[in-house]
Design a protein around this ligand. Structure first.
Ligand code: MRU
Length: 349
C-alpha cells in the first residue's frame, strides 16, 4: 500500500511519501512536530484535499506532544488554537483541511479537560478515525461510481485524485479501481496537469503500479480526444463543493467541464462528504490559492519565460453545477445537482 499518510506507532511520528520527488524517488518523510506537518503541506510533499485533512489531523496530535510546546506551560485551549491556526494557515482552498482540524479541536474541547495527556490521546483517536473514515469513503465512492463505467471504455482524469490524494484508494481513481476490481477492462487518460504535473507524475505512477493501461497527455490535448469520442467520460476530484454545487478543483477542471458539455460527454466529480462546505453557496465565496510564479516561468527547474514577465498562477478553478453531470459521493450519486439534491443524498435533511 502507498504510504501517503501513515501514523508510525512505534516511533510516535507521522510518515508521508514525498510527492514532490515522485515518480523518480520514493522517499519517506517523518514528521515529529506540527511545524513539520505544516511545512510539508505548504511544500506539497503531501497534497490532495482529503490527504491534507488527514495529515493536519495528526498534526494537531503532534503539536500536543511537542516538548517545546509543553515547556511554554500554556492553557490547553491557547495551545490548541496556536496549533490549529498554524495548520489551517497552510493552504486555503481544500475544505477537508479545515474540516479535519476543527473536528480534532472540537473533540478535545468537548473533553473539558486541563490534562494534556488526555487531550493528546483524544487527538490521536480522532485523527485515526478521520483516516479510517476517509479510506471507507473512498471505497464507497468507488462502489457507486464504478456503475457508471462500461467495459472496454476509456475515461479521462485531471490532476491526482488517487491514493496519493487521500488516506488510500482515491476518489476519482477509486472509481477506476473499483471498475477494474469489478472485472471491467478500462483504459485511463491522465492530463499531465500543468504547472506541477500531478497527472503525469502521480496519477500515472500510482495507476501503473496497479496495472492500469494509462496514457499521459498534455492538458491542451484533452479537447481533441473528447471531440473525437476517444474518451467515454471524465472524472475529477474536488477541493471544496458549495451548498449549491459549485466545485473548486485543480486549475484546468473548468475547461474540461466546458469541453465535455459542448461535446455531450459525461463529466463527473468524485468527492467524500468531508469535501462539501455547506456554509457557503457560490463560487466567489471560495478562496483560491495563488502560487509561486516560478511554477509557471520554470519547467523542471529550467527557466522557460523571460525575466520579469508577469505571471498568473491560481492553483484551482471553480466549475458551476450546470456543467457537471453528477457528483459521486460516499453516500450515492448526486444527479442532477441542485441545492435540494445535495443534502438529500448526503443525508443532511
Ligand atoms: O494542489 P493539489 O495537488 O493539492 O490539488 C489536488 C486536487 O486538485 C485534487 O483534484 C483534489 O484535491 C481532490 S483529491 C481527492
Amino acid at each position: 500500500m502507498i504510504k501517503t499518510v501513515f501514523f508510525n506507532k512505534d516511533e510516535n511520528c507521522l510518515e508521508l511519501i514525498d510527492q514532490t520527488l515522485l515518480p523518480l524517488k520514493e522517499v519517506i518523510i517523518k514528521c515529529h512536530t506540527e511545524q513539520d506537518v505544516a511545512k510539508n503541506i505548504i511544500g506539497m510533499q503531501v497534497r490532495g484535499a482529503p490527504a491534507i485533512g488527514v495529515t493536519a489531523a495528526y498534526g494537531v496530535y503532534l503539536g500536543l506532544i511537542n516538548p517545546k510546546n509543553l515547556e511554554k506551560n500554556l492553557h490547553i485551549e491557547e495551545l490548541l488554537e496556536n496549533i490549529c491556526d498554524l495548520l489551517t494557515g497552510t493552504r486555503p482552498t481544500a475544505v477537508n483541511l479545515f474540516y479535519a482540524v476543527n473536528r480534532v479541536r472540537n473533540a478535545i474541547l468537548n473533553l473539558h479537560t486541563g490534562d494534556l495527556d488526555k487531550a493528546a490521546k483524544k487527538a490521536l483517536e480522532e485523527a485515526n478515525a478521520i483516516y479510517e473514515e476517509d479510506l471507507a469513503m473512498c471505497r464507497a465512492i468507488g462502489k457507486y461510481g464504478q456503475e457508471l463505467i462500461g467495459d472496454s471504455e476509456t475515461w479521462l482524469t485531471h490532476c491526482n485524485a488517487g491514493a496519493l490524494a487521500t488516506a488510500g484508494y482515491g476518489t476519482a481513481l477509486g472509481v477506476f479501481r473499483a471498475a477494474k476490481e469489478a472485472g471491467k477492462n478500462i483504459k485511463i487518460v491522465a492530463d499531465e496537469t500543468r504547472p506541477l504535473l500531478q497527472g503525469a507524475r502521480l496519477t500515472a505512477w500510482e495507476l501503473m503500479k496497479d496495472g492500469f493501461d494509462v496514457t499521459v497527455i498534455a492538458d491542451n490535448m484533452a479537447g481533441g480526444l473528447i471531440r473525437n469520442d476517444l474518451v467515454q467520460g471524465v472524472i475529477v476530484g474536488a477541493d471544496r463543493i458549495t451548498a449549491k454545487g459549485f466545485v473548486a478543483n485543480k486549475i484546468g477542471t473548468y475547461s474540461l467541464a466546458v469541453l465535455c458539455k459542448y461535446n455531450g460527454v459525461p463529466f463527473y466529480v468524485a468527492a467524500p462528504t468531508s469535501t462539501f462546505d455547506m456554509s457557503i453557496k457560490y463560487d466567489d465565496e471560495i478562496v483560491i490559492e495563488q502560487r509561486n510564479p516560478d511554477e509557471i516561468t520554470k519547467f523542471g527547474g529550467v527557466q522557460v519565460a523571460p525575466d520579469g514577465v508577469k505571471v498568473y498562477n491560481p492553483a484551482f478553478d471553480v466549475t458551476p453545477p450546470e456543467l457537471i453531470t453528477g457528483i459521486i459521493t460516499d453516500k450515492g450519486i448526486i444527479e442532477p445537482i441542485y441545492a435540494e439534491t445535495i443534502p438529500q443524498v448526503l443525508g443532511l435533511k
